[in-house]
Design a protein around this ligand. Structure first.
Ligand code: PEP
Ligand code: MG
Length: 909
């Protein structure tokens, strides 16, 4: 029985069966081609084979469904009628392209074949009609190259040795031929040359791939369609999906479209453009184009493309004619189309166009990829232009891109007052000020001396990596946006400018000359880079934190308007608390007490903690605790002060004590002296603390059960700090959190201590009440199962998803590195569960705990403080699970705020 599914959607002549909101079925490209037709734009006619057919193809054991090709030929008929040509016709042949198009764009990751339909039956007619044999043979040799590469080799799963693929072989044939003839460029090849090459190509294809290049238009099209479907599972596409989190089952659509030619002579051209600048977000039309070329020439970098307009010329292409200069009326038409598209799609678009003998055609439009800076600037511009509303503006910035916006930038007011020294390409955003050094080694050495440096190189290579890391910013005279320096810098979120062509760098003499001037830049000279714009300035320009950037501030205000879930921070020091407040944290969700025993300034408290740990008996321990008390209280008080008016969740001491046992003989001797015991006795006491499985050993609440005086000291520090702050007119909001609990009895045990200390502190300070909350971390599956009972004593839960993930999977959080990659490679895990919450397993426990907990205590506050709290996908999950807040490291706070706002906009809980 024939199925009634519609598999092919046609478009052309201002009509279309699809439209923009059918991306799931038609892929982004197909849906937007349809929409452009509906907008009345000049789009060559064609049709889209749906993504569902891709799924059918794979389910059907890599076979096209029987019903497809009849539907394709019916759609081809419509295309032929609109274009006034016939596919495979000997006099008036229609040629087509066959392109992929997934739901979300995967630029360059799948395959395309152009000029399909050229064969011995159609070539003579096309030559007669165009009167341009050179063009026809050029198109034919391109078809052979693409078809052999994509359809006959890649799609057939042939894996030639590196550099021996058919494409490379044909490229080499072409190069050898040009060399033999003394030609410099492809455009030197005449019709006879190209015809000869096409024959040579076919011979090579046959001998190399074992089958002839198909000389039949129908077979070519069917092969092209299958190849596009197969390319969905090509290596590049699979890795890209993994990185971008695109599901494998989405599939790609196939777009078959009448060819128009940009390589028909000097009145023909092809180009790609962005409706606004994708690096900065500036509202300027930005693109590249080439006369007498096909689209692949622009993207493949074979020829240096010309700038689209005069406004966006740069040092590398300013000598080339812009389209604005060379084809003013077509350029004007393209500008009008830009306006129509932006008004309709209400977004920045990436477009592809071709001009065939002075007639402009639109081949593609899609939402353009952009940097974080550009995303933010465009969202705010489009909001003020009235193109989008506030909620749309919030959705326009990807939370993971926000990171790059948190780097320091040049103060715009200061920047306006100075002249640009030289310009390059904006490869890594943000700004950097430093002294110029000319070698990677110098960058490392100077950096060690505490100097901030800018590494200036002719171009960078992998050996420079150490120096690049040590530098505040990187500047190169050569290289493009995809050069090594650019890629590395972007990966690190480091400020970087490449291709500042006016600089002539001489690393040997440690000098750089500026072309056309006497200015010489020497080692040690201070310069400023604006990596977002590509501007280099002499001297130091005032930088400002991204948080002070008014654009960023305004955007975050919009974010908070849409946000309903709270965002707190994990901070253990007053300094971190301050930073987190600047990033918009609404309190501290996790203050790890033990962090005051690590790092800077920890010597004395660590010594006292060790003394406490190695004490024998309550009395000895209490002496050490008394000495430790003032340090603990100082940090607690200062942190609550920094978070004035916002809650601070203090977690009682958690880690296994043996982590703090001193190993070095000097430290052991010092402790022995202080405790009045021998060094051997110190070592012995340390040994008794050893555990076989410390993660499940004497840690968390268990420490307080065996040594109640330890909990008592911490709780006293919290209450006394709160009272003192109240007396100073402040508004402290302490919360006491008990870690690693598995039973309500542990909470009750600790609460008794808290009640006793509370009464003592109130009476000592003569006050009636200290407002505080008492709660627990939920880190053990048993606590989740018994959440209804835990909530009898706990006023809040905070999911410690580091431990909860460890305990649920049975994967050690410290040892997962040894096997994680194999789990990811074999698709046994979709992501690292310690970075993104495992919604299937750990997520179920979280949901269950929230439900059970709130059944006991409807106003139970619930948060998360594991590492996943700053991961956008996990934030969305927390929102859907009804959490009151997420808590994450200070620098991730804006990311979590945005992810939480976007989750609210996407839908109610
Ligand atoms: C947790 O387990 O998720 C947590 C926040 O605590 P820690 O990482 O300190 O064990
Ligand atoms: Mg924990």
């Amino acid at each position: 029985m024939m199925s009634t599914i519609k598999r092919v959607y046609t478009f052309g002549a201002r009509k279309a069966e699809g439209k923009a909101d059918m991306k799931n079925l038609l892929g982004g490209k197909g849906a937007n081609l349809a929409e452009m037709c509906l907008l009345g734009l000049p789009v060559p006619a064609g049709f889209t084979i749906t993504t569902e057919v891709c799924t059918e193809y794979y389910e059907n054991n890599w076979q096209l469904p029987a019903e497809l090709m009849p539907e394709v030929w019916a759609a081809m008929k419509k295309t032929e009628d609109i274009m006034g040509m016939r596919y495979g016709d000997s006099e008036n042949a229609l040629l087509v392209s066959c392109r992929s198009g997934a739901r979300s764009s995967m630029p360059g990751m799948m395959d395309t074949v152009l000029n399909i339909g050229l064969c011995s039956a159609t070539i003579p007619g096309v030559i007669r009609k165009t009167n341009n044999p050179r063009f026809v043979w050029d198109s034919y040799r391109r078809l052979i190259m693409m078809y052999a590469d994509v359809v006959m080799e890649k799609a057939d799963g042939l894996e030639p040795a590196d550099g021996r693929g058919i494409r490379k072989q044909l490229d080499d044939l072409l190069d050898d031929y040009k060399h033999k003839k003394g030609y410099k460029s492809d455009t030197d090849l005449n019709a006879d040359d190209l015809k000869y090459l096409a024959e040579e190509f076919k011979k090579r294809v046959h001998s190399s791939l074992g089958q002839p290049f198909p000389d039949d238009a129908k077979a070519q099209l069917e092969g092209g369609i299958k190849a596009v479907f197969k390319s969905w599972n090509g290596k590049k596409a699979v890795s890209y999906r993994r990185i971008e989190g695109i599901p494998d089952e989405w599939g790609t659509a196939v777009n078959v479209q009448a060819m128009v030619f940009g390589n028909m002579g000097d009145s023909s051209a092809t180009g790609v453009a962005f409706t606004r600048n994708p690096a900065t977000g500036d509202n300027t039309f930005y693109g590249e184009w080439l006369i007498n070329a096909q689209g692949e020439d622009v993207v493949a970098g074979i020829r240096t493309p010309n700038p689209l307009n005069n406004e966006t010329k740069n040092d590398q292409n300013s000598h080339l004619k812009s389209m604005q200069e060379a084809m003013p009326s077509t350029y004007k038409e393209l500008c009008d189309i830009r306006d129509i598209l932006e008004t309709s799609f209400k977004d920045m678009l990436d477009i592809e166009f071709t001009i065939q003998e002075d007639t402009l055609y639109m081949l593609q439009c899609r939402a353009g990829k952009r940097t974080g800076t550009a995303a933010l600037n465009m969202a705010m511009d489009m909001l003020s232009e009235g193109l989008i509303d506030e909620r749309k503006a919030v959705m326009r910035v990807d939370p993971s891109q926000l990171d790059e916006l948190l780097h320091p930038i040049c103060d715009p007011a200061a920047e306006k007052k100075v002249n640009i020294f030289v310009k390059g390409l904006p490869a890594g955003p943000g700004a950097a000020v430093g002294k110029v050094v000319f070698t990677a080694e110098d960058a490392v050495v100077w950096n060690r001396k505490g100097e901030k440096v800018i590494l200036l190189r002719e171009e960078t290579n992998p050996e420079d990596v150490e120096g690049m890391r040590a530098a505040e910013g990187i500047l190169t005279a050569r290289g493009g946006m995809t050069s090594h320096a650019a890629l590395v810098a972007r990966g690190w979120g480091k400020c970087c400018i490449v291709g500042a062509g006016q600089l002539h760098v001489d690393a040997a003499s440690k000098k750089a000359r500026v072309a056309g001037s006497d200015v010489v830049l020497k080692e040690g000279d201070t310069i400023t880079l604006n990596g977002t714009k590509g501007n280099v300035y002499l001297g130091a320009i005032q930088l400002m934190d991204a948080t002070e950037n008014p654009r960023f501030q305004d955007f975050m205000k919009l974010v908070d308007k849409s946000r309903t879930m709270g965002v707190r921070t994990n901070a253990d020091t007053p300094a971190d608390a301050k930073i987190a407040r600047e990033f918009g944290a609404e309190g501290i969700g996790l203050f790890r007490t033990e962090h005051m025993f690590y790092g800077e300034g920890s010597d004395q408290p660590l010594f006292l903690l060790r003394k406490m740990i190695l004490s024998e008996g309550v009395n000895e321990r209490k002496v050490a605790l008394n000495e430790l008390f003032k340090f603990v209280k100082k940090d607690i008080k200062a942190t609550m002060e920094a978070m004035n008016g916002f809650p601070v969740t203090f977690r009682l001491l958690d880690p296994p004590l043996h982590e703090f046992v001193p190993q070095s003989p000097e430290k052991q001797a010092e402790l022995a002296k202080s405790l009045g015991i021998s060094v051997q006795a110190v070592a012995k006491r340390g040994e008794t603390l050893h555990e076989s499985n410390p993660m499940m050993g004497h840690r968390g609440v268990r420490l307080g059960v065996t040594y109640p005086e330890v909990s008592e000291m911490q709780i006293r520090a919290i209450f006394e700090s709160a009272v003192e702050l109240i007396k100073e007119g402040k508004d402290p909001r302490p919360e006491i959190m008990v870690p690693v609990t598995c039973d309500v009895s542990e909470l009750d045990f600790t609460k008794k201590i808290a009640d006793q200390v509370y009464a003592e502190v109130c009476s000592k300070f003569g006050i009636k009440e200290i407002e505080y909350k008492y709660g627990t971390m939920i880190e053990i599956p048993r606590a989740c199962l018994l959440a209804d009972r835990m909530a009898k004593s706990a006023e809040f839960f905070s999911f410690g998803t580091n431990d909860l993930t460890q305990m649920t999977f049975g994967f050690s959080r410290d040892d997962i590195g040894g096997f994680l990659n194999e789990y990811l490679d074999n698709k046994m895990l979709a992501a690292d569960p310690f970075q993104t919450i495992d919604q299937d397993g750990v997520g179920q426990l979280i949901k269950m705990s929230v439900e059970k907990g709130r059944a006991t205590r409807p106003d139970l506050k619930v948060g998360i403080c594991g590492e996943q709290g700053g991961d956008p996908a996990s934030v969305e999950f927390c929102y859907k699970s009804g959490l009151t807040y997420v808590s994450c490291s200070p620098f991730r706070v804006p990311i979590a705020r945005l992810a939480a706002a976007q989750a609210s906009i996407r839908g109610p809980r």
